[in-house]
Design a protein around this ligand. Structure first.
Ligand code: NAP
Length: 259
């Protein structure tokens, strides 16, 4: 299917690895010019070079912490007139409700709620003026089915979800859509580190922790970054203009709910 977005310009945050990279790659495949971002320069440059060579699109790499004001300014300035924004950043650490104090919450809110909001706010005016735009936020299945050990993530993602619900409906008349994709478990470094934490606390091997988790997913496997990126690219396509303010769960059936 031609996604109808060849020649558009996208900023894909936190995209040297994992789900962000999956989104960047599927957008590149659809002919979208990219600004990719991550903190560590080496893997970012490698990923950017690979996508530029494979898909013949323009790719600019901005090595910066997207959760800082300077990092966001750098990424936005490299992006210029943006058509597509994919927000993403590392997730907060797991723990117990009693582990976290105000500073931990501020850090989580900054990374997973206030950073995407700042990026959205900076990108919307241009998209609205030009009458077309797509914003996709990578959040988590924890928005629909909170994960007890991820209290910081549950809190921050819920805040972003509330913001998107209202904002998406305010900007839809201008041809701009905002939606969230909610990953269940996907095979990325983040999943390995969550599994390593489970293995440590339960005194089992990493392989056992993964097998136990796979057994809880109806699809009996982890998702892939390619599957995730394909859904993101579709939400950014011409075909998805009527999808507004949705929370789309990609979880292999893990969340047992009808709505
Ligand atoms: P990942 O494999 O660990 O990749 C994270 C990517 O983000 C890397 O490219 C990393 O590069 C970059 N990054 C992290 N913090 C950044 C920052 N402050 N500024 C710029 N770049 C940053 O993680 P993932 O699995 O793709 O997860 C992406 C998001 O989805 C996370 O918020 C995670 O909590 C959420 N999520 C993931 C899953 C899953 O199963 N994978 C499930 C639910 C939710 P650098 O380290 O070089 O910056």
């Amino acid at each position: 299917m031609d996604l109808g977005i060849r020649g558009k310009r996208a900023l894909v945050c936190a995209s040297s690895k994992g789900l962000g990279l999956g989104c960047a790659e599927k957008l590149a495949e659809a002919g979208v010019d990219l600004v990719m971002n991550a903190r560590s320069e080496g893997p970012l440059t490698e990923a950017a070079d690979r996508l530029r060579d494979a898909y013949g699109v323009e790719v600019t790499a901005v090595a910066a912490d997207i959760t800082t004001e300077e990092g966001r300014a750098e990424a936005l300035s490299a992006a210029g007139e943006l058509d597509i924004l994919v927000t993403n950043a590392g997730g907060p650490p797991p723990g117990l409700w009693s582990d976290w104090d105000r500073d931990d919450f501020i850090k989580a809110l900054d990374g997973n709620m206030l950073t995407p909001i700042a990026l959205i706010k900076a990108s919307l005016p241009g998209m609205m003026d030009r009458g077309w735009g797509r914003v996709v936020n990578i959040t988590s299945q924890s928005v629909k089915a909170p994960i007890p050990a991820l209290g910081l993530s549950n809190s921050a993602r819920a805040g972003l979800t509330g913001y998107v619900a209202g904002t998406s409906r305010q900007v839809a008349p201008c041809g701009v859509t905002i939606n969230n994709i909610l990953p269940g478990i996907h095979a990325t470094d983040r999943a390995s580190s969550l599994d390593a934490n489970v293995a440590k606390t339960q005194g089992i091997s990493l392989a056992e922790a993964q097998a136990n988790r796979e057994a809880t997913i109806p699809a009996r496997r982890y998702g892939t970054r390619e599957e995730f990126g394909a859904v993101c690219a579709f939400l950014c396509s011409q075909h998805a203009g009527f999808i507004v303010g949705q929370n789309i769960l990609l979880d292999g059936g893990g969340v047992n709910a009808t709505l």
